[in-house]
Ligand binder design. Structure first.
Ligand code: F6P
Ligand code: MG
Length: 440
């Protein structure tokens, strides 16, 4: 689009995009292939010879994919019919049209990183669609569940704290309530450190209680618009002009991060800062740890059946929020397309119209930020509003730890100072932001 900087891509040798395509994505594919191998007997027990054949087929398709990637082959159209196949292939044609040389063939290292990385996860799904009867097998399920189990202690601490705060809510003055709101927001922010795509699928459970670390982590928040979130929601509550206040959370990772999001969502309801929460998840396994409908219900059920009393109470409350409709879980195929969010109004007008009904939208995680900003080489000082390129369904806030070389809305000199003091600041998940855009 005119006026926008170019996309991040694997063309820039040594960049994080380049290293991701060269090293991290093949590593993730190898892990997926291993996972299928390890489930061989399970597939046989369930489906007999057909299961064994399906496992072999999926593995051969995935090995082919890994080879295409490592030898920088052309990006092929998807072949298996699925709800989004045509949209994907149209997007591929659009990418072709952008390339004049090389016979218009997008390739792994030369096309936009956002496109090829999404395409890789969609091809993993395609390998499974083409391998019935194991098409529904979630190759990342084990890692997501492991992350949950390894976070058990932190989950208990967090749920216990939530129950304590909920019991004393009536005694809190305005400042104390705001202070708790900020705590739950920060817990949700740092929960985003725990994604499994950055770690190549290896464990990334929290090492110590997030609640105890909040003060130490404050200097790592590079853009902090928490005050604006507070004034937006507390004003709605004070004026009572609206019968319902809806906060939408575009979810990122399952496991510990999802717990931190549900804890925040629970607090928003019990403090009456919101009356309704809508969660958005993925329709297919995505970027290793992203939340699907199955993950959402699995996690709530795990919490509910916890042996720890306060934790189990949280799970029971969450289940009842879902039943009564004060929590709504929705998915939409747009979230697993490669498009930047500024294209949502055209590509998924129904989803855009739905988001317009929110009073506030929280976009969790790094991939959402890349899609909000188009994954482009913006100057660090570009206003967030400008980088959104017209995507303004409702007041929105990115809650994200930095894991990709894109960041906007910084103060002059801030990015350069960070590069000097910590060259990995953009990609290690060490830093975080609450970046708000009010104006529709
Ligand atoms: O490279 C790290 C990465 O795989 C990015 O490609 C992606 O943006 C991110 O991890 C996923 O992180 P998150 O789960 O926060 O969206
Ligand atoms: Mg993720």
């Amino acid at each position: 689009m005119a006026g926008s900087p170019e996309s991040l891509s694997g063309q820039d040798v040594g960049s994080f995009a380049y290293l991701t395509i060269k090293d991290r994505i093949p590593q993730i594919l190898t892990k997926v292939i291993d996972t299928l191998h390890r489930h061989k007997s399970e597939f046989f027990e369930k489906h007999g010879e057909e299961g064994t054949e399906a496992e072999k087929k999926a593995i051969s398709l995935l090995s082919k994919l890994r080879n295409e990637l490592q030898t920088d082959k052309a990006i092929f159209p998807l072949v298996a019919q699925f709800v989004d196949t045509d949209i994907w292939n149209r997007y591929l044609e659009y990418q072709q049209s952008l390339i004049a040389e090389d016979n218009g063939q997008p390739r792994w290292f030369y096309s936009p990183w956002l496109f090829v990385e999404c395409y890789m996860y969609r091809r993993i799904h395609e390998a499974l669609i083409q391998s019935p009867p194991i098409s529904d097998f979630d190759v990342f399920k084990e890692s997501k569940e492991q992350n949950f189990f390894e976070s058990r202690e932190s989950i208990v601490t967090l749920c216990t704290y939530l129950q304590e705060v909920t019991r004393t809510l009536g005694e809190l003055d305005e400042d104390q309530l705001k202070n708790e709101f900020f705590k739950f927001l920060q817990v949700s922010l740092w929960g985003n450190k725990c994604d499994l795509s950055l770690s190549g699928g290896e464990s990334s459970a929290p090492k110590r209680s997030v609640l105890d670390s909040l003060e130490d982590l404050k200097p790592f928040i590079l853009v902090n618009d928490m005050e604006q979130l507070w004034s937006l929601l507390s004003n709605h509550k004070k004026t009572r002009e609206k019968a319902s206040v809806r906060v939408d959370i575009v979810l990122d990772n399952s496991g510990f991060e999802l717990i931190t999001d549900l804890v925040l969502a629970d607090f928003l309801l019990s403090s009456k800062l919101a009356t309704e929460i809508h969660f958005y998840g993925k329709t297919i396994p995505w970027f290793v740890s992203d939340t699907t409908l199955h993950d959402f219900h699995w996690l709530v059920a795990q919490v509910k059946h916890s042996a720890h009393q306060w934790t189990a109470q949280c799970g029971a409350a969450w289940e009842s929020h879902v039943k009564t409709g004060s929590w709504v879980y929705q998915d939409h195929l747009f979230w697993t397309l490669p498009h930047e969010y500024c294209a949502m109004a055209q590509v998924a007008p129904d989803l855009y119209a739905d988001l317009q009904k929110a009073d506030l939208i929280l976009f969790k995680g790094d991939l959402n930020y890349r899609k909000l900003t188009g994954d482009r080489k913006w100057a660090f000082t570009t206003p967030f509003h400008q980088a959104l390129k017209g995507f303004h369904p409702a007041p929105l806030c990115s809650v994200r730890t930095l894991k990709a070389e894109v960041q906007v809305g910084l103060q002059p000199g801030q990015g350069e100072a960070l590069t000097a003091s910590d060259p990995g600041w953009l990609t290690t998940g060490t830093y975080g932001i609450f970046q708000f855009d009010r104006s529709p």
